[in-house]
Design a protein around this ligand. Sequence first.
Ligand code: ASP
Ligand code: MG
Length: 407
Amino acid sequence: MGITVQKFGGSSVGDAARIRRVAQLIVDAKRAGNHVISVVSARGDLTDELIVLSQQVSTTPPRREMDMLLSTGEQQSVALLAMAVDALGEEAISFAGAQIGIVTDSFHTKAKIKNIDPTRIIEALEAGKIAIVAGFQGVDENSNLTTLGRGGSDTTAVALAAVLNADVCEIYTDVDGIYTADPRIVADARKIERLSYDEMLELASLGAQVMQARSIEFAKKYDVAIHVRSSFNNTIGTYIVREAAEMEGIVVSGAAVSKDEAKIALRGVPDKPGIAASILGGFASHNINVDVIIQNTSEAGLADMSLTVSKADLPDARSVAEALVVDLGASGFECDENIAKLSVVGIGMRSHTGVAERMFSALAEEGINIQMISTSEIKISVVVDEGLADKALMAVHRAFDLQNSPF
Ligand code: ASP
Ligand code: MG
């Protein structure tokens, strides 16, 4: 019997009718002869609503208590979905993360999975039941509830697929798959048939908000085939799979823009060995991910260092910057929230040249200034003014002819 892990996002279980429809999808998969494990997110915008509520009672809600609160969202979903499956005549059993031994570290609100004990799920499957698992949550070694960061249900699903050696991890969402760019911004964006893990990883970290980036790292490490598809129709979506030779023929697979970025510029930092390490170490020790980094040429032994962080981390990042200015004897720092990061991604960049030039020319033609640049083997990112981000994305999408299928 095949093992299928299916993950349903919040919008797929937004109300009773949708929950019933998802229950039908699950029952169909079971009746087609599979062992089925369904991972579910909190309904609709419940997680956001709970965050707002927490901010109304405290400006600094303790992270441990945030996890207590946020994990309730997924718990509602699994219970409701198990009831709906039961009503369709199949046996289902719902599990909170803690009940199936999803053990994480203790970084509340962004915990990482350390271990999963599949015994209880396997027992349930062998008894002919459908296992319905709360996404996004786990428990640390001291029995504190934890959550895995926004979008963490994807990681729960992929991790379960890895542990159970599932045939496929289906990610059901409200879009048909991964597009060459966000179709709400670029009208002629096209659905991508197949992407490599590395490309999806870049796109996910870049604000293609279809899957949590960490879930893709997991999938790559454990070779879990992912199928991103819509829960509202039967269309085949996008497969995210191990890299194949013909994928290299496509220079750019997709473009993405992330408006969830902020820039911090540290001014007048002493230009000597060890400074960059202290700066990055300062952010890292607060678990703040630093993305694009640039240091300008030094003048009179002083340099400026600019870096980007996610907007959500900006309050913490500000305190880190404040402390660093004092520690390093820098002259000060500035923050800019009105930036966006625009990127193009493709494993074909490894073997083709001229990609950066094409991207920069497209931006220049639109009169868009580039504030920062960073590249990796398969990605080029630029930081631009947030107000120009959509226009920039459209220009770049056109420049690489992404609206036309490469095949
Ligand atoms: N409910 C959580 C969130 O909204 C987890 C998830 O949706 O995957 O971030
Ligand atoms: Mg959600």
